[in-house]
Design a protein around this ligand. Structure first.
Ligand code: ZN
Length: 316
């Protein structure tokens, strides 16, 4: 595709093989009784992304973009030019490595919260984190004596985790890695599930890699009575291209159940953030300006953000 074309591209103009042709409006991986209504047409990048809701409650981007789409999207001028011109938006990771202290605090907090799971055996656990980013959670788990391993599509993160925390990260898509059946005691998945186009293949791979009775700990953004969504509607940061699916509590639990897990507990996902991150997510530039002027924009504090929930599920 020529570079100039990318700025004025429409959804119809994208090659058909950028989308999963088996996942049309006539398919729902969750209920098998597809009946979709359009929720939002989002125009972040000069072309519309459509989010539709099935009668079973799940919301998906449709048609569902596939790996080819995402490879193109994250290297397109549409993506990079937007990032350049509106550099206070959330796209890209230009400040990602600077937020490491927030992530260490969040990971320490999460480990403590699930200590009763991590320390439920009288031996160290074999822990996999999918999408570990810089590896802070694996680092904390390793310090507590566990055997840890990560899997991430970004080689840059893998290098960071290796050199800063001596944590091994496999580079690739988890569902394509052929991990042994029953290899892990725990699989962790934070801020990833909604970005996965093929949910069935992904969740089956997680289930297969866990020992029977093993734990799958994940989080999701809860769309039920979600005040941020009610207030921001199509401007909500959830409705953007890397998001393939959104869930309510009922929908998320139904998915876990369908793919062989029993939900054990659910709680609010409290994480450490600073106002620079929060104000850019909400696109409140006035807040960013104000907190920068007061020099408080990068002070970490715990917050129930997004708002997301943490779920512990057990492999049946
Ligand atoms: Zn459905």
């Amino acid at each position: 595709m020529a570079k100039d074309d990318q700025d004025q591209i429409t959804l119809d103009a994208l090659p058909p093989d950028y989308f999963d042709q088996d996942d049309s409006d006539n398919v729902c991986f969750l209920c098998n009784k597809p009946d979709y209504k359009t929720l939002f047409e989002v125009n972040h990048f000069e072309f519309p992304f459509v989010f539709k809701q099935c009668q079973c409650g799940i919301v998906k981007q449709t048609p569902m973009p596939n790996e080819k789409f995402f490879n193109w999207f994250f290297n397109s001028s549409a993506f990079f030019d937007v990032k350049k011109t509106e550099n206070e938006e959330i796209w890209g990771y230009y400040d990602y490595f600077a937020d490491e202290s927030s992530r260490i605090s969040t990971s320490t907090r999460r480990y403590k919260k699930f200590k009763h799971i991590f320390e439920s055996l009288d031996r160290p656990m074999s822990i996999m984190k999918i999408g570990p980013a810089t590896g802070t959670m694996l680092h904390v788990a390793k310090q507590n004596g566990h055997q840890v391993r990560g899997c991430d599509v970004s080689s840059r993160f893998a290098e960071y985790a290796r050199s800063n925390y001596s944590v091994e990260i496999d580079n690739g898509r988890f569902e394509k890695m052929n991990y042994e059946e029953g290899q892990f005691d725990v699989v962790l998945l934070f801020n990833v599930v909604e970005n996965v186009p093929n949910q069935a293949e992904f969740l089956e791979a997680i289930n297969r890699s866990l020992k029977p009775g093993g734990y799958f700990i994940s989080n999701y953004v809860d769309m039920e009575n979600n005040l941020v969504e009610k207030f921001q509607k199509s401007h909500y940061f959830i409705y953007r291209p890397p998001i393939c699916y959104t869930y309510t509590k009922q929908v998320y639990h139904n998915i876990l159940n369908k793919f062989g897990f029993d939900v054990m507990e659910e709680q609010r996902d409290v994480r450490h953030m600073h106002l620079e991150k929060i104000s850019t997510l909400l696109r409140w530039k006035w807040l960013l300006k104000l907190t920068k002027a007061l020099k408080v924009s990068r002070i970490n504090f715990p917050i129930y953000a997004y708002p997301s929930k943490m779920v512990v599920a057990k492999k049946r």
